[in-house]
Design a protein around this ligand. Structure first.
Ligand code: PEP
Ligand code: MN
Length: 343
C-alpha cells in the first residue's frame, strides 16, 4: 500500500497517517517529494484495506502496490533521488566520479592516487580495506589500518570515502571511518548484511550481483530501504555471460531499466565491468552516454605493481584523459535532457 498525500497536506495530517499505519502494526516510510509526500507501508503480510486511509484529511490516494518492490519504486517517488554522501551528492545534475585503487596497499600508493583524483575534480575516493578475493591465499586487504589511511585521505584532500564492508564488523568500521558503505557484488544477496546496513545512517553503494536479474537487484536495494535507510546508490559492474573477451559483460541496458522503475541513482563500474585497462575508458564513455549518474573507476599510480585488479587499473594519466572525455559527454547528455524536458 502506498498513501499519496495532497500537495498541500500539513505535517500533522502526514503524522496522523503514520500513526494509523503503526497502530495497524505496520511500518510507515515517509518519502517527501518535490510536489507531494508519499508514505510507503511495509510489514503487512496480506493487502491493507485502503478504507483506513482514503477519507483522512490530506490524503489524495491510497494505492495498492502490485509489484514486489515498494520503496525503491517511482510510484512512491516520481522524481529521482539525490543522495548525500559526505559533503557531496550522487544523483544530482553533476556526474559523480568515485575513483581510487582497488585496494588500499600503502600510504604512498593511496596518497598518489588521491592527489590525482582530487585534482580531476572528483568528489569521491574509493579503495578497499576488506577485499573479497576468489582465493583465500590472495591479499585480503589491510582492514582497519587501511580504513585509517582512507580517513587521512579525507582530511588531506576533502574527498568522500567509499569503501567496502563484507560483514557486520566491517560495516561498523566503515561507518566509523568512511562516508559510504559499499556492498560488493558477492554480497548483493547477503540478506542479513543488507538488513544490517539498512539500520545504519550511512549511504550504501550496492553493486549488482554477478548473475542478478533486474528484479533481484532492485529487491536487494529494497531490503536496505525496508530497514529505514533510504540512501542507496545502485551500481552496474558487469555480469557473467558466455562472452569471454572481457572479465564480465557490462550490461548498459540495465541503466535505463533501473531509471524507469526506481528513483535511486545508478552508477556504472567499467573497471570490474570489463577487467581490461583498454576497455575501461570506452565503456566509461558509454555508461555516461546511456545516462548513468556516475562512474566508479579503479586507478593506480603503478598498475603493474597492484596487489589486486592491476589489469583493469588505469594509470593516473589515463584517468585524467578519461575524466576530460566523460565530462564533455555528460555536458552533451545534460543539454539534450534539459531540451527534452522543456520541449
Ligand atoms: C571492488 O569494487 O573492488 C569490488 C570487489 O567490486 P565487485 O564487488 O563489483 O567485484
Ligand atoms: Mn577491484
Amino acid at each position: 500500500m502506498l498513501i499519496v498525500m495532497k500537495p498541500d497536506a500539513s505535517a500533522s495530517e502526514i503524522e496522523r497517517v503514520i500513526e494509523i499505519v503503526e497502530t495497524l502494526g505496520f511500518r510507515a516510510h515517509e518519502m517527501p517529494g518535490q510536489n507531494r509526500t508519499a508514505i510507503g507501508i511495509t510489514g503487512n503480510r496480506g493487502s491493507v484495506d485502503p478504507a483506513h486511509f482514503e477519507n483522512l484529511p490530506g490524503v489524495a490516494d491510497a494505492i495498492r502496490v502490485t509489484k514486489p518492490y515498494k520503496l525503491i519504486s517511482r510510484d512512491l517517488r516520481p522524481e529521482k533521488s539525490v543522495i548525500k554522501v559526505g559533503n557531496a551528492s550522487i544523483g544530482g545534475p553533476e556526474l559523480a566520479v568515485i575513483a581510487g585503487p582497488c585496494a588500499v596497499e600503502t600510504v604512498d600508493q593511496v596518497f598518489a592516487a588521491a592527489e590525482a583524483v582530487a585534482k580531476s575534480g572528483a568528489r569521491f575516493f574509493r579503495g578497499g580495506a576488506f577485499k573479497p578475493r576468489t582465493s583465500p591465499y590472495a591479499f585480503q586487504g589491510k582492514g582497519e589500518d587501511g580504513l585509517k589511511i582512507l580517513a587521512d585521505v579525507r582530511l588531506q584532500f576533502g574527498l568522500n570515502i567509499v569503501t567496502e564492508a563484507m560483514d557486520e564488523r566491517g560495516v561498523d568500521l566503515v561507518e566509523k571511518y568512511g562516508d559510504c558503505i559499499q556492498i560488493g557484488a558477492r554480497n548483493m544477496q547477503n540478506f542479513s548484511l543488507l538488513k544490517y546496513v539498512g539500520k545504519t545512517r550511512k549511504p550504501v553503494l550496492l553493486k549488482r550481483g554477478l548473475s542478478a536479474t533486474l528484479d533481484e537487484f532492485m529487491l536487494a536495494a529494497e531490503y536496505v530501504m525496508a530497514e529505514g535507510n533510504y540512501d542507496v546508490i545502485l551500481c552496474e559492474r558487469g555480469i557473467r555471460t558466455f562472452a569471454d573477451h572481457a572479465r564480465n559483460t557490462m550490461d548498459l541496458s540495465v541503466v535505463p531499466a533501473l531509471h524507469r522503475y526506481t528513483h535511486l541513482p545508478v552508477i556504472v563500474d567499467p573497471s570490474h565491468g570489463t577487467g581490461h585497462n583498454y576497455m575501461v575508458t570506452p565503456l566509461a564513455r558509454a555508461g555516461v552516454a546511456v545516462g548513468a549518474d556516475g562512474l566508479i573507476i579503479e586507478v593506480h599510480p603503478c598498475p603493474e605493481e597492484a596487489m589486486c585488479d592491476g589489469a583493469q587499473a588505469l594509470t593516473l594519466r589515463q584517468y585524467e584523459t578519461l575524466i576530460e572525455q566523460v565530462t564533455q559527454i555528460h555536458q552533451t547528455i545534460s543539454t539534450y535532457e534539459a531540451a527534452f524536458a522543456t520541449a
